[in-house]
Design a protein around this ligand. Structure first.
Ligand code: PMP
Length: 448
């Protein structure tokens, strides 16, 4: 690793060169492309981002759960460099190559279930989700898709319809694709009758929605994130996921797990479904799979994936060879370094610190949740009303940035502070990042 794994503050954040670049960005890039932290990156390695002003920032975001193996991970760099020199593109639909096939073989090995599987590769999470829905509709001959409150599945037309949150994802971008139905999410912290009733009652509401508004025989797919990402790192109440999967099996509905954010070691298992023994019919993956290169997949039961006519799936760049070798190298790294195990170690460090924070601030830290290195704190104005406190989340985020820690917020109400460190990050950097977060929180909580 050539980037020193140490935080260095050389200038204020953002520094003068970043500010100058940001002025150029404003003049050249659409205002519709937002920027969480206008610090312009020049190099990165492991869990450190180096900006154009020479600051070394600790990365608790992994580019939204992508650089799981670390930024510019050595195996990925080596594989990509060699592949770029060999060939960059042929289009797998025109003249194929082994690397694509090898990624699909790996996906069959690693994803939940030991049934026969097939995969198809794409460029982005949204594209994978769109294709999973296409496959499910084609296989079943049915139209309807059921999704959940707080869901996030992407920004294309169909995935906007599948996504729950209006601002910023859907606002004035309609009309949206039809035959999408939304059920309540089993969200323990905010379940009206208490977390102990959540799985049972949310399941009953889901069954009622499918029966009364859709009709089981019209339902092609149920699509769910096994732990919701952008919607607030919401872990469904234990048992909910398995009940929904069983219901789908009973009614010939394709159960699709969207593991674009949770997949590939992030949650302490290879996939979040593993923790509950749930085997989806189709699973969508992207993000962490390819160490930073754009690659996504739909993997699923052979009889479902093979039901599509020849030529029905594809795309010019899907499964690009450079992205495929990056995925093979990233997965090799995850296996060699036991990154699912590393995610559990990171969770233990975070939990201890976050639990102590919650004990000091029981009025403002409403909930701590997540699994592995996908953890969050939900911030509220007070523990009685549980009113979401987006202002506090924003203030903590800004204070972290000023101290050289890159963080992300999420949630339907913008009040969830989430942690997605690269699994390559060492304990010292994890602890230092947590020190900075705690200090930022203590500072912000007195002001907001
Ligand atoms: N599904 C989930 C669960 C996601 O978290 C995301 C991205 N945040 C997507 C789909 C869309 O992925 P992409 O941005 O690569 O299109």
């Amino acid at each position: 690793m050539t980037v020193e794994q140490r935080r260095i503050l050389a200038t204020e954040i953002p520094g003068p060169r970043s500010q100058a670049l940001h002025a150029r960005k404003t003049a050249a890039v659409s205002a519709g492309i937002g920027t969480t932290l206008p610090v312009y990156v020049e190099r990165a390695g492991g869990g450190i981002l180096v900006d154009v002003d020479g600051n070394h920032l600790i990365d608790f975001g992994s580019g939204i759960a992508v650089t799981t193996v670390g930024n510019a991970a050595p195996r990925v760099v080596e594989a990509v460099t060699a592949q770029v020199a060999d060939f960059t593109h042929t289009c797998f639909m025109v003249t194929p190559y082994e690397e694509y096939v090898a990624v699909c073989e790996k996906l069959a090995d690693l994803t939940p279930g030991d049934h026969e599987k097939r995969s198809a590769l794409f460029n982005s999470g949204a594209e994978a989700v769109e294709n999973a829905v296409k496959v499910a509709r084609h296989h079943t001959g049915r139209d309807a898709v059921v999704v959940f409150d707080h869901a996030y599945h992407g920004r294309t037309n169909l995935t906007m319809a599948l996504t729950a949150k209006n601002m910023p994802y859907k606002h004035r971008f309609g009309p949206f694709a039809g035959e999408v139905y939304r059920a309540p999410m089993a969200y323990p912290y905010r379940w009206p009758t208490g977390p102990e009733n959540c799985a049972e009652e949310a399941y009953a509401a889901f069954v009622d929605l499918v029966h009364s508004q859709v009709g089981e025989e019209n339902c092609a797919a149920v699509l769910i994130e096994p732990i919701q990402g952008e919607g607030g790192f919401i872990e469904p109440a234990p048992g909910f996921l398995a009940k929904v999967a069983d219901f789908c099996r009973e009614h010939g509905i394709v159960f699709i797990a969207d593991e674009v954010q949770t997949g590939f070691a992030r949650t302490g298992d290879w996939f979040a479904c593993d923790a509950e023994g749930v085997v989806p019919d189709l699973i969508t993956t992207a993000k962490g799979m390819a160490g930073g290169l754009p690659l996504a997949a739909v993997t699923g039961r052979a009889e479902i994936m093979d039901s599509v006519h020849v030529g029905g799936l594809g795309g010019t760049y899907g499964g690009n060879p450079v992205a495929c070798v990056a995925a093979l190298a990233a997965i090799e790294t995850m296996e060699a370094q036991d990154l699912p195990g590393r995610a559990k170690q990171i969770e233990a460090i975070f939990r201890e610190r976050l639990d102590a924070l919650a004990a000091r601030h029981p009025e403002r830290v409403g909930d701590i949740r997540g699994r592995g290195a996908m953890l969050a704190v939900e911030l509220v104005t007070d523990s009685t009303s549980k009113t979401p406190d987006a202002a506090l989340a924003g203030a903590v985020h800004r204070a972290c940035a000023a101290a050289g820690l890159v963080t992300l917020t999420c949630g339907t109400y913008g009040n969830v502070f989430r942690f997605l460190p690269p699994l390559a990050m060492g304990d010292t950097l994890v602890s230092e990042g947590l020190d900075l977060f705690e200090a930022a929180f203590e500072e912000a909580v007195n002001d907001v």
